[in-house]
Design a protein around this ligand. Sequence first.
Ligand SMILES: NC(=O)c1ccc[n+]([C@@H]2O[C@H](COP(=O)([O-])OP(=O)(O)OC[C@H]3O[C@@H](n4cnc5c(N)ncnc54)[C@H](O)[C@@H]3O)[C@@H](O)[C@H]2O)c1
Ligand SMILES: O=C(O)C(=O)C[C@@H](O)[C@H](O)[C@H](O)COP(=O)(O)O
Ligand SMILES: [Zn+2]
Length: 365
Amino acid sequence: MKTLHVDLAERSYPIYIGECLSHESLILETLSHQEIVIVTNETVAPLYLDVIKRPLVNAGKKVAQVILPDGEKYKTLDTVNKIFDVLLAENFSRHVALVALGGGVIGDMTGFAAAAYQRGVDFVQIPTTLLSQVDSSVGGKTGVNHPLGKNMIGAFKQPLAVLIDPSTLKTLPEKEFSAGFAEVIKHGVIQSAEYFEFLEQNLSTIFNLDLTVLAEVIAGSCEIKRKVIEQDETEQNIRAILNLGHTFGHAIETTMGYGNWLHGQAVAAGVIMAADLSARLGRIDSALVQRIVALTQASGLPVNCPSEMTPDSFLAAMYRDKKVQSGTLRLVLINSLGSAEVTDQFDSALLGETLEHFCQQAKAS
Ligand SMILES: NC(=O)c1ccc[n+]([C@@H]2O[C@H](COP(=O)([O-])OP(=O)(O)OC[C@H]3O[C@@H](n4cnc5c(N)ncnc54)[C@H](O)[C@@H]3O)[C@@H](O)[C@H]2O)c1
Ligand SMILES: O=C(O)C(=O)C[C@@H](O)[C@H](O)[C@H](O)COP(=O)(O)O
Ligand SMILES: [Zn+2]
């Protein structure tokens, strides 16, 4: 078992990476609460609910479960309300701990419910997708989508602990594994050339689900994210680099309708668009863009936007991005492999060229 520590003063917490699901004493130590509500969905429940619930019930705790519908289109206030319905109907107090068992959609909604129920209760993340293990379970961003924008309603709420069991990835569909890998590539691009090279060199072992190398990838990404959020928990500045590709990606997800493009797929295309713009601005050379494209393609991810997108549909959604300040668009751009920054210092005509290029290319292909 590998343990990382996220140091955020009184909101600090451990990230355990290893055989967490079969580690009953770890589950019981982490969830020392007398009242527990496990939130999951209809796909994950038959796979992993019992293994978490059984030791808690056997220990004599009051345990309830909320099984939500599966999908990004259900990441809404209405769905979060279903968690509140159970908490209230079954009289759970402010000493309850919520457990997010599932991917990023479950984690984001459960964390938001934990931030709001009786003005804040504990929650523990047990992420079961690659994306949630390398990214969404760490850092405390929680929330839901609005028809006009991704994650527009939410709160910062750090978990009490994150329990990552890489063996859960054995049941994950390959398309979802690839989607999670988009955030892994992003971590290399923004913070570590060495990590990016490790991914290039070990790609087939990673996609063969070798558990040792998967644990290394998960630890590598969590470590990169940990270092960023310890400097800037609520995204006042540096944390925005974790948003590389997301201004484009969220525009794709919102415009296409939530769930039609997976978050990770949209981020993959968005990172390539951000790289293209960075090259047009002279920040990086085209060889680096090609290197990122090659790793993204080899990971089964899109390197183009959907053919339905237009420069205008991109811009309409991009101007609603959370990084916009006083009507000014701010984007994460790449300076070199392993270095990125958020800035409003770019020629908007070159952004227009990037958008035109990708929209035309998508229509032609
Ligand atoms: N809070 C953050 O910092 C953060 C970071 C990145 C992404 N996100 C959010 O995370 C969401 C995407 O998360 P995701 O990619 O995990 O998608 P997801 O939660 O929809 O899960 C993907 C699919 O895999 C299924 N699944 C989960 N675990 C499984 C398993 N072990 N075996 C088989 N099937 C399994 C799910 O039921 C779902 O159908 C988006 O809403 C995105 O905005 C949040
Ligand atoms: O943790 C962060 O900070 C991130 O930006 C990670 C992203 O991968 C994630 O998709 C996040 O939810 C996006 O945040 P948002 O503030 O743009 O909604
Ligand atoms: Zn993301």
